[in-house]
Design a binder for this molecule. Structure first.
Ligand code: GDP
Length: 387
């Protein structure tokens, strides 16, 4: 699948950087163009992989290159005022593009406020689907971050064709500070997305999968809006049984690996992906559509294992639209599974985010009204979108 990536704000830019790095390591091109947009000059300078010509500083007349200080309303206003500059920034030569992906930390200012406006603008100009990749703030970051994220997400969901969510708390090791975790979280995001979006693209090894998933199947899984979670599981291939690896290295897809071993490894990585490694905690039984993609050396990619895994996802998610496929990685010593749960309707994590956000908005309103409490109960329906 060929994507145009647009990183907005600090987190958005750094994640696009991580994706570019991953793409060049994996040698399977899936990024047609990568752009970074920010109101903070320093954040743009800190990027390593986004080409200089594709880094755009906006809002200079309002904030002088110093960022919006967490004010996502100001960021949304700047984006509205500078729509024509934004259009120029994203007017990259993008032939043969399957979709656009706008990446942002939803709890901050620039990415949170600008990304929904940008998605709205891209929808106006392009016929390809426009997706969001939204980073939810950690619970430790407090009410203002949750309020920003909930308001941004509300607007982004309305504008985008789908929003894939990553919870900053989901893959953090216990005791690790959030700042220390960013790099590893970004690497994990890039690893998962690279497997997903490489599906159907030819790697330099030119090995083709047995059941290839192409761009249209990913697009069909994401169609119709809503939010999505990504799961990932991997299992190391037992090197004592090197036959499969060797045949994989030689480019042969002859299954010289014991089929039961391959089926079991495939099933356990798919289960792991859904049960323990979702990018945002959610009720998997509320999934609208799903996609299972298994990667590994060709000899370990068992058609039977993938079909059984696909059926298991169908039963577990109770949704009837589950696509499955494989992606050969001849030199890998792992079997890995990416599971995309699209249009997930129930998530306690999102309910809790909305509740914290509603409290924070209530406190803000009380403060603005000189301490007068309105007496109305605060429900998530009272949360305002950004525009
Ligand atoms: P902006 O530059 O104003 O858009 O603000 P940020 O992008 O820094 O957004 C702040 C939110 O993004 C907070 O919830 C941070 O925890 C999160 N964040 C900041 N940098 C990173 C990063 O590199 N990776 C991840 N995963 N989250 C980040």
């Amino acid at each position: 699948m060929q994507l145009v990536l647009i990183g907005v704000g600090q987190a958005g830019g750094k994640i696009v950087d991580a994706l570019l790095q991953r793409e060049s390591a994996d040698k399977t091109p899936f990024i047609r163009e990568a752009v970074a947009i920010n109101t903070a000059e320093q954040d743009l300078r800190g990027l390593d992989h986004v080409p200089e010509a594709n880094r755009h500083l906006v809002g200079q007349s309002r904030v002088g290159g110093h960022g919006v200080g967490g004010d996502n309303e100001l960021a949304a206003e700047i984006a509205q005022d500078e729509r024509s500059e934004l259009v120029r920034a994203i007017d990259v030569p993008a032939t043969n593009v399957d979709a656009f992906l706008v990446v942002a930390g939803l709890g901050g200012g620039t990415g949170s406020g600008m990304s929904p406006v940008l998605v709205n603008e891209l929808q106006r100009i392009h016929t390809e689907p426009i997706y969001g990749l939204g980073i939810l703030p950690s619970e430790d970051e407090g009410g203002l971050y949750s309020l920003n994220a909930a308001r941004s997400l509300r607007t982004l969901r309305r504008e985008a064709d789908n929003v894939v969510l990553i919870d900053n708390d989901a893959w953090r090791s216990s005791g690790e500070s959030l700042g220390d975790a960013y790099e590893s979280i970004n690497r994990e995001i890039a690893r998962r997305l690279a497997v997903l979006f490489s599906a159907g693209e030819l790697s330099q090894s030119d090995t083709v999968g047995e059941s290839v998933l192409d761009a249209s199947e990913i697009i069909n899984t994401l169609r119709g809006g809503g939010v999505s979670a990504l799961g990932y599981g991997s299992g190391k291939i037992d090197t004592d049984d090197s036959s499969g690896r060797l045949s994989g290295l030689l480019g042969s897809s002859t299954p010289s690996v014991d089929e039961t071993t391959a089926v079991n490894l495939t099933m356990s990585t798919i289960r792991k992906a859904v049960r323990s490694q979702l990018s945002v905690p959610c009720d998997v039984a509320s999934t609208g559509r799903a996609l299972v993609l298994v990667s590994g050396p060709p000899a370990w990619l068992s058609r039977k294992g993938i079909e059984r895994g696909r059926q298991w996802v169908e039963e577990t998610t109770q949704c009837l639209e589950v696509r499955g496929g494989d992606y050969p990685l001849p030199e890998s010593d792992h079997v890995a599974a990416v599971v995309l749960l699209s249009d997930v309707k129930e998530s306690e994590r999102l309910d809790q985010l909305e509740a914290v956000a509603a409290d924070a908005q209530g406190e803000q309103e009380t403060h603005e009204n000189d301490g007068e409490v309105s007496g109305e109960s605060l429900s998530d329906d009272k949360l305002d979108g950004l525009f």
